[in-house]
Each structure stands twice: as C-alpha cells, then as structure tokens.
Design a binder for this molecule. Structure first.
Ligand SMILES: [Mg+2]
Length: 348
C-alpha cells in the first residue's frame, strides 16, 4: 500500500506571528531577524517579499531594498510556544509526526483520507491560532515537502502517484532533497540542470561520481523515497540504576554494570519498537554529589553493544573520578519510533 504523507509548512511564520499580535503591522512589510549589522533575515512577511527581501539575506541588504520596512528582533521563545500549539493540533490527526524545524512537520496518515485531514489541519490552525499553513500531500517525505512549496501562502497541493515523474521533470535540480549550492554546481558541470536531466543520466556514472549520494539523487529524481518518519518522544526516557552495597571505584565492576543495564534496556527498546539517540550516564559519589554526562548519537540505535560502548566511553572519558562511587545509572532518551517497527526485528 502506498503511504500518505502530509507536509505542513507555516507561512512566513515569525512575521505572521508578529502581524497577528500587533494589528498595526498587518499589511506592512515586516522583517524579523538579527539586530546587529552583520545579521541576517529570518523571516520576511509576504509584503516585504514583494521588495525582494527573503530569509537568509543580510539585514543590511533588506534595509536597502525595503527602507520603510518594520524590522523586528527574533522573539524565539514566543515562536516556540506557537510551534508547540501547532504540534498539538497535528497530534489530533496522527501519532506519527516528525517535526522538521520550528515551523514544519511531516505526518504519516496512511490509511486515512489525507485531503480531508489536511483541510482540517489548515482550518484548526486558522481558527485557533489565526495563522496560515501551506500543506503538501504525496506518497513520501520528499514529494510532500515539494508539494507544500507549490502554492504559498495558504496552499494545499497533492502530487498524485501517476503525476510524479512529469511533475519532477521541469524542476531545477536544486529541488532534489539535499542538493545545496555546492552540489548544484557539481551537477551543472555534468550538464545536469533540471531533474529531468538526472532521470536520463546514467545512474552508474552518478554512483561513480557521488557514491551513495549519486544513487539517492537518481531515486529522488523519480520521486522514490522510502525514508520513514522519525518521531521524537522527547519527554520519555528509560533507565536503570543501582546503589551498591559498598562504595567502589573499580572500573571493571562499573563497566560490567553498564553492560548489564545496556542489555536490559536494549531488550526493552526492541520489545517496544523504539530507537534512541541520547545516552546518559549518572554517577553518585560517596559524598552524595551527583554528576551526569550525555552523548547524542548521529544514528539512532537499539543495539546493546552501541549503547554499552557509548556509556563506557562516557564513564571513562567524561568523568573525573577521584571519589568512590555509591551508585551508577544509565538512561536512554530522545526516543524514536520508526514507521515500521518490524524493521527492527529483521536486524536482531
Ligand atoms: Mg515556513
């Protein structure tokens, strides 16, 4: 069965919040960004975009293009509160949500009616938050994100399976996921300017030139993208700890404890279908002072060896153990639920 993925992207997020909260700013070019001379624009309202102002542009350039614009500093705490409200709205429609940034998220609504859900999300955001979102719908993350960008602001765009290849053909190659200015120049050198050029290119040459990335580009050019949504359940963590009968600084003993915890916690992850990214070791000394150290992994894992090696590395390199230890603990957080938990059992 094809998946149904929705990408929600707020329209001119920071500027829209400022305009909503201060009626005098409505209809005016509002530019939210850093205040220093060398800062950049974070968000420009649609009124400001008419003057050529866009995000990531130096503030000084924005001032030249739009001298009568209203320039405001970034009030990130306020925007984060709005972002949390948006996520709460999205949670009404799916448990599988991957926030991509403060104002964007994917939802997996496979099995539901994606257009109906997208319309409801848009109207909830409009009614409850007085903000607008543009929404894209397709069968994977890459295409859903492209779709949300087709019509802004307040758009709703569906890329149907039968239209994928034709939809992609005329787009510049920079629209492929992960192609930045540097990669774009590399591709231009090969005579690749549009996605259609990638579709026609010899995939073996792309692989030769760019390795795994080359294969990925080719797959994306046909709209193929199997990546699952990654869900971070930030408030949850699992852990184990033990207070010893007598205090110790025996490293071998302490590492064996970490190994024991790693195996137990890994078993719990596998049973629940979770992956984790953050490993934390806690140490309580004989004088009852407590220290913790964490590492966040680049690749999510449930593997007890990876968890153990990471915790051992923390214990042996990040603590300065000069007192005896009465308790050692291990906790795992940044839990991620892959779209298909069965993928896990295949690898065990
Ligand atoms: Mg946005």
């Amino acid at each position: 069965m094809d998946r149904a993925i929705i990408h929600v992207d707020m329209d001119a997020f920071y500027a829209s919040i400022e305009q909503r909260d201060n009626p005098q700013l409505r209809g005016k070019p509002v530019i939210v960004g850093g205040v220093g001379k060398r800062s950049v624009v974070c968000t420009a309202s649609y009124e400001a975009r008419k003057y050529g102002v866009h995000s990531a542009m130096p503030i000084e350039s924005a001032r030249r293009l739009c001298p009568h614009g209203v320039f405001l500093p970034v009030d990130i705490d306020r925007y984060k509160k709005e972002s949390a409200k948006i996520l709460n709205i999205l949670r009404r429609y799916s448990n599988i949500i991957e926030p991509l940034s403060i104002d964007e998220a994917f939802l997996d609504v496979t099995g539901g009616n994606p257009i109906y859900i997208a319309e409801n999300i848009k109207s909830d955001i409009r009614n409850e938050l007085k903000l607008t979102a543009s929404v894209g719908i397709s069968i994977n993350k890459f295409l859903a994100k492209l779709a949300s960008d087709v019509k802004k602001p307040d758009g709703l765009t569906v890329i149907k399976k039968e239209d994928i290849v034709d939809f992609l053909k005329p787009l510049p190659v920079s629209k492929l996921w992960g192609v930045g200015p540097k990669m774009e120049r590399e591709l231009n050198k090969l005579g690749i300017y549009y996605i259609e050029d990638v579709q026609k290119y010899d995939v073996d040459i792309l692989i030769e030139k760019f390795g795994k990335r080359g294969k990925e580009l080719f797959e994306f050019s046909y709209g193929r993208d199997n990546r699952p949504l990654e869900i971070h359940i930030t408030n949850q963590s699992i852990g184990e700890e033990e207070t010893f009968i007598s205090d110790t600084n025996d490293m071998e003993f302490l590492c064996n404890k970490l190994r024991e915890y790693s195996v137990n916690l890994s078993n719990r992850l596998v049973r629940k279908g979770f992956l984790i990214r953050t490993v934390t070791v806690k140490v309580k000394y004989s004088d009852f002072t407590v220290e913790t150290r964490s590492i966040t992994l680049n690749i999510p894992t449930y593997d007890h060896n990876v968890i153990y090696e990471t915790s051992k590395q923390l214990l042996t390199t990040k603590f300065n153990i000069i007192k005896d230890i009465r308790l050692i603990g291990l906790s795992l957080s940044n839990l991620i639920y892959p779209q298909d938990p069965r993928q896990l059992s295949l690898n065990i």
